[in-house]
Write a protein that binds this ligand. Sequence first.
Ligand code: 5AD
Ligand code: FES
Length: 330
Amino acid sequence: MKELSRADIIDILKDDSQNEALFSHADEVRKQYKGDEVHLRGLIEFSNICKCQCKYCGLRSPNKNIQRYRIQPDEIFKYAKSAVEQGYRTIVLQSGEDEFYTTNVMCKIIEKIKTLDVALTLSIGERPFEDYKAFKDVGADRYLIRIETTDKELYKKMHPNMSFENRVRCLRDLKALGYETGTGCLVGLPNQTIESLADDILFFKEIDADMVGIGPFIAHPETPLKDADNGNFTLALKVMALTRILLKDINIPATTAMETLNPQGRIIALQSGANVVMPNVTTTEYRAKYEIYPNKICINESPDKCRKCIEGKILSIGRTVAKDYGFRKI
Ligand code: 5AD
Ligand code: FES
């Protein structure tokens, strides 16, 4: 089949009459290139302290109505260790942009977790090349940093004191350093156009993303976007399905935000192109506080409960849980 053009992508995004065919085609591409195994990544949200002011995000620094926390390195390691004991083969360390975790502090955490025979993904925001290099040198395997939107005007409005160019620089540095690099976008930001969503998908292809996470925007009451409409679940699913069709062999998570808008969201995503789930592996004391958006799922669940729950869901749709590290290319 001919590769989809920008115009084709726009047409598909605008026309809802063929959605089921789109989702099943994405599911077939997933099956052909990634098989039926679902990779579980154990997510540790280790600090909700953030210097940024992204308009949509509940962790933005001007939000005073949030209890901030920072998990110390020893405790991060403890969570990683029990996740590995539960069978996780990838640990994802995610936080706000928190300067407490200097290059050295991060390197020590990475080194220690890498003794556990596990793949390690970082998701800690924009850093200079030197930091990314230092993290790679001590064993970090992957890095996630969403571009959020490729509409430069919208990017500027959504991210005070940040620059689109620096975001792209981060992604290029990460690729050049040999990380498996993940990016992605929000779907349904105020004034976001369908055309720009098509450009987002083409951007993922252009930078050769190894992983792409796509989720609907969900309005947070303590942000400037509190009165905005939530993103649309189906549109987010379509952007994800098209990403699978264009990028074929990459890893795509069924995102938590999808499940916040639809109780079956992750299962539907797994049947529309996704092949990864990222369950939280911290305990309840932190979960509710990492409130990027409201009504996050699993905030009262234990690591063990989530693991069993998601495994049950995966098996119920005839899929299996992968036992390997789950790199893009085996
Ligand atoms: N709704 C949905 N997703 C959000 N994120 C941040 N704020 C929101 C929100 N209000 C996403 C961003 C970020 C990821 C960690 O969470 O895309 O990259
Ligand atoms: Fe947490 Fe289902 S994954 S309860």
